[in-house]
Write a protein that binds this ligand. Structure first.
Ligand SMILES: C[S@@+](CC[C@H](N)C(=O)[O-])C[C@H]1O[C@@H](n2cnc3c(N)ncnc32)[C@H](O)[C@@H]1O
Length: 248
């Protein structure tokens, strides 16, 4: 299945167990601390970890994701009723208004088609108030992280809430100018083996800056790591903080 971690309830549970709160979430909460009590859009919110954390931090959060099984998991979490969950992609935010938007855990890389990416940025720009903040993470292609996505380096054991242990590994199947395709394999204790495939777009810093400018954003800063290191000196990330450059 393509992107099974978001669409298949069995793999959604695995994704959730494999994705606890981390430095990335701390980074985004800290960025949004500059806009207290904001109306925040979490596009590609998945199972809602950060959306719920942002709510706890005092923001009013709308979580949008096209994957129903992920949203079902998000809606079942404690505190979920405080978040407005919407099934869909960026087009559902047209006509809504936010002070800030986040796109996290590399969700931006799942928008592989560049025209679609331009449309997502247009939708985000249209939904953000003048001066509104857009922040997102995307892996720096220069760091070539996909080279670690092989069955040996990526082998991991994930413990589910009921104690069952799933063994998983990842294998890259194709690398082409900025697009990387791969397969995750999950072995369940009952012997079931599930496969999930995906392609991610690795945009360069220049490509990001150009696409953001075309959509009407100005880039405040791009960090290279979660401790706000410069690009090339951090965690192999491009952590973008931009704003809707319409005059406030
Ligand atoms: C790696 S998950 C990240 C989920 C969540 N942000 C987190 O921190 O765990 C990527 C998410 O992007 C969503 N996604 C994929 N394509 C999308 C698109 N075109 N627009 C919005 N979200 C998308 C997936 O359904 C998935 O939930």
């Amino acid at each position: 299945m393509r992107q099974g971690e978001f669409l298949d309830p069995r793999l959604v549970e695995v994704y959730d167990a494999e994705s606890p709160w981390g430095r990335d979430d701390d980074f985004f909460v800290a960025i949004l601390a500059a806009t207290p009590a904001a109306r925040v859009l979490d596009l590609g919110c998945g199972t809602g970890r950060l959306a719920l954390g942002l709510t706890a931090a005092g923001h009013t959060v709308t979580g949008v994701d096209p994957a129903r099984a992920s949203l079902d998991a998000a809606r079942a979490k404690p505190g979920a009723s405080a978040v407005c969950w919407i099934e869909g992609s960026s087009s559902v935010v047209r006509g809504l208004a936010f002070d800030a938007a986040v796109v996290t855990s590399h969700a931006a890389q799942f928008v592989v088609d560049d025209d679609e990416w331009a449309g997502v940025l247009d939708d985000l720009h249209g939904a953000l108030e003048a001066g509104g903040v857009l922040t997102f993470d995307t892996r720096d292609p220069s760091a070539r992280k996909w080279e670690d996505w092989n069955p040996v380096d990526s082998l991991r054991r994930i413990t589910l809430p009921d104690g069952a242990v799933v063994t998983a590994w990842t294998e890259v199947t194709d690398v082409r100018d900025g697009w990387v395709s791969f397969t995750h394999t999950y072995e369940f204790p009952d012997g079931d083996e599930l496969h999930s495939t995906a392609t991610l777009r690795f945009r360069t810093e220049d490509e990001l800056r150009r696409s953001l400018a075309v959509a009407g954003f100005s880039v405040d800063v791009i960090f290279g790591g979660w401790a706000r290191e410069p690009v090339g000196a951090g965690d192999g990330e491009l952590l973008v903080v931009a704003c809707n450059r319409e005059t406030v």
